[in-house]
Design a protein around this ligand. Structure first.
Ligand code: NDP
Length: 334
């Protein structure tokens, strides 16, 4: 068993620590605040692979100069329902903070709107994007690419990124239904955490460098991850490449890798966010209709709704247990 000692630290301390580190390595207040919020809300919700765990990668990409910590994104609305946010080579969170309200307003007027986020670096979970839309009574889908880490079904070489996708459906007065998932069997961060903590991963997660299935995360990190659900997950990952790169005209995963400096931070890539107004598309009865369906679903024995674990974690305002080695690495940045 590897290093799993933890330290209790409050969410405010997590936010402050992340903010201090990002500021020290060149982020302006807008970007440091948006990034620290991304990190601390991930820890709040128990999205461990996208909280403090990502700070060393953010620092590496600021140090190498790949990402502009002072980027001020610009927004263009070429059609009423097409919004382009140019991240100006900064991290995604501040661009999203600026762009999502514009997207929500456009979808609330037109019924559907799409946001292309370009020239940006995404290293986080995607539920904040879709939950933001659901809070505005919109349903949404967000997706992005990464670098080749996943072998498409039938292949043994990496070509797709871990290509996450999030979906949220609004439930006025309740938490939305949200799923947010990598299209690899496990997110890369979770495989890295399993390697760090000395745990094995389920068979089917990936192949070792010899092309054979393995449950050793260290072997898989030298080899390749697999898509979830065989050719079906592979097809969804293909769609995400085309949505996130084909529709944004930013990098496909393979292009991101060709241009990346491999500093350990996120590669440059596009994100596509689609927002739809159930009120304008389905009409006034959408809440009672979808609620009846969701209540029946929730009533099934043994079922747990996606998003439920995170929303439950969110209610806990207490400190979080953070890996000690990680904390000391982050504190040593200051
Ligand atoms: P998980 O497999 O842990 O969970 C995927 C989804 O399924 C979640 O919405 C989760 O809800 C839900 N879920 C989990 N278990 C159950 C269950 N038993 N019944 C019903 N629903 C369930 O996530 P992944 O490992 O695939 O992804 C982790 C994160 O990594 C995501 O946030 C993703 O955005 C991020 N990521 C980001 C990348 C980037 O480049 N920016 C790349 C790849 C991944 P709940 O949250 O409540 O557990």
């Amino acid at each position: 068993m590897g290093q799993t000692e933890t330290e209790e630290i409050s969410l405010i301390e997590i936010n402050n620590l992340a903010k201090q580190v990002f500021s020290k390595f060149g982020c302006d207040a807008d970007n440091a605040n948006a990034l620290a919020k991304t990190v601390s809300t991930a820890e709040r919700d128990g999205s461990l692979s996208h909280g403090l765990f990502r700070v060393p990668g953010y620092v590496a990409s600021l140090k190498s100069g790949k990402v502009n910590g002072k980027a001020q994104p610009s927004i263009e609305q070429s059609l009423e329902s097409v919004i382009t946010v140019d991240g100006k080579m900064g991290y995604a969170p501040f661009s999203l903070e600026k762009g999502l309200p514009v997207l929500a307003e456009a979808a609330s007027k037109s019924g559907i709107a799409v946001m292309r986020l370009i020239n940006s670096f995404h290293f986080a979970a995607l539920w904040p994007e879709t939950e933001f839309l659901a809070e505005k009574n919109l349903t949404g889908i967000a997706c992005t690419v990464y670098k080749p880490t996943v072998a498409p079904a039938g292949a043994k070489k990496p070509f797709f990124g871990t290509n996450p996708m999030s979906f949220a459906w609004p439930r006025p007065g309740k938490n939305p239904v949200v799923f947010d998932m990598a299209t690899s069997t496990l997110a890369l961060g979770d495989v890295q955490i399993a390697a760090r903590d000395g745990h094995s991963v389920p068979h089917g997660t990936g192949l070792g460098p010899d092309g054979n299935p393995s449950d050793d995360p260290n072997e898989i990190l030298k080899g390749v991850l697999l898509p979830f659900g065989g050719y079906k997950g592979s097809a969804i990952s293909l769609m995400i490449e085309l949505f996130s790169a084909g529709l944004t005209s930013d990098n496909f995963s393979y292009e991101a890798a060709e241009k990346d400096n491999n500093d350990g931070g996120p590669p440059k890539g596009g994100e596509l966010v689609i927002a739809i107004s159930p009120e304008l598309v389905a009409g006034g009865g959408w809440v009672s209709h979808s609620e009846k369906f969701l209540e029946k679903l929730e009533g099934l024995d043994g079922l747990r709704m996606p998003g439920e674990r995170r929303h439950k974690n969110r209610l806990n305002k207490g400190p979080r247990s953070i890996n000690k080695e990680l904390l000391s690495k982050i504190r040593n940045f200051l």
